[in-house]
Write a protein that binds this ligand. Structure first.
Ligand code: COA
Length: 272
């Protein structure tokens, strides 16, 4: 896949999408939103891809929405502004959230404003300790608009969301991990290695069980208890049908034969 604003590489069943506008700190231009929409659609159906990692080229993860190409240049073009807004919200807010494959944000540097929705949209996030995060909108007289307010409400504690949202103060990767915005923070020099270790470990697990894990969690968040019970029951039957009952006939059966201990190791390790 050749893009102007992205690099896409696939290795060991892990696709790495790199936001590639380093001269603009990987700010999200209209073109980038179009290309992300396309790339996520293509990778969704690529059987060589089990996990997606999103990162940025150079010293920045993503400097948020492109303040010139999006907010300024499209000001007098309401239809185009609406079209790009819909794409921008859709890939971060819905496509990533319900993506059938696990997604990981690898936050290598600057992460501002709209980039929070990329991080929140991904299932997991690993940051460089040296990365700089910030809800900078308030600093230029805006607020966390589009899907960012919802991302904050989904992931952060109320005190943290409003602290950073109202003060606009930057914070580093260590703080991002402390407040639960990312899973862990590691030194930048180890970021790629640590992220790929996690990505490959996830890629070795059953893809349909991963999809059900994600959907069980994501949809239950917005359901009543009764609806969630009904949903996960239906998901269990879907999994049995699509996986040919492998979780019983292999997963449980091999444990009962004494071949591995699922509390301590994964079934794929047993086969390895
Ligand atoms: N939109 C458009 N262009 C951006 C951008 C953004 N969000 N962030 C950075 N750029 C551009 C700069 O305009 C500059 O372009 P130029 O070289 O053509 O003048 C280039 O990227 C490099 O940025 P610069 O400010 O010189 O780099 P820096 O290392 O000193 O600072 C940042 C980096 C990210 C701290 C700073 O650019 C910044 O504050 N950007 C805005 C971040 C923001 O508020 N994002 C929220 C948007 S929702």
């Amino acid at each position: 896949m050749q893009y102007e604003t992205l690099l896409v590489e696939v290795a060991n069943k892990v696709a790495t999408i790199t936001l590639n506008r380093p001269g603009k700190k990987n700010a999200m231009s209209p073109r980038l939103h179009e290309e992300m929409t396309h790339a996520l659609e293509a990778l969704r159906y690529d059987d060589n891809v089990a996990v997606i990692v999103i990162t940025g080229a150079g010293e920045s993860f993503c400097a948020g929405m492109d303040l010139k190409e999006f907010f300024t240049d499209l000001k007098g073009k309401p239809a185009e502004y609406d079209r790009i807004t819909r794409l921008a919200v859709e890939w971060r807010g819905r496509t990533l959230r319900y993506y059938p494959k696990p997604t990981i944000a690898m936050v290598n540097g600057f992460c501002f404003g709209g980039a929070f929705s990329i991080v929140e949209g991904c299932d997991l996030a690993i940051a460089a300790e040296e990365a700089t995060f910030g809800l900078s909108e308030i600093n230029f007289k805006l607020f966390p608009g589009g899907s960012v307010s919802k991302s904050l409400a989904n992931l952060l504690r109320p005190r943290d969301a409003l602290w950073y949202g109202m003060l606009g103060r930057p914070f580093d990767g260590r703080v991002a991990a402390q407040i639960g915005f990312v899973n862990i923070a590691v030194p930048l020099a180890r970021l790629r290695e640590e992220t790929m270790t996690v990505a490959r470990e996830i890629a070795s697990k059953d893809p349909l069980a991963l999809k059900a894990t994600k959907e069980g969690y994501r949809f239950s968040l917005e359901m009543s208890w009764d609806a969630s019970m009904s949903f996960t029951s239906a998901k269990e039957f879907e999994l049995v049908a699509r996986q040919n009952d492998a979780w019983r006939t292999e997963g449980i059966a091999d444990f009962l034969k004494g071949e591995y201990k699922p509390g301590l190791e994964s079934h794929d390790r047993k086969r390895a």
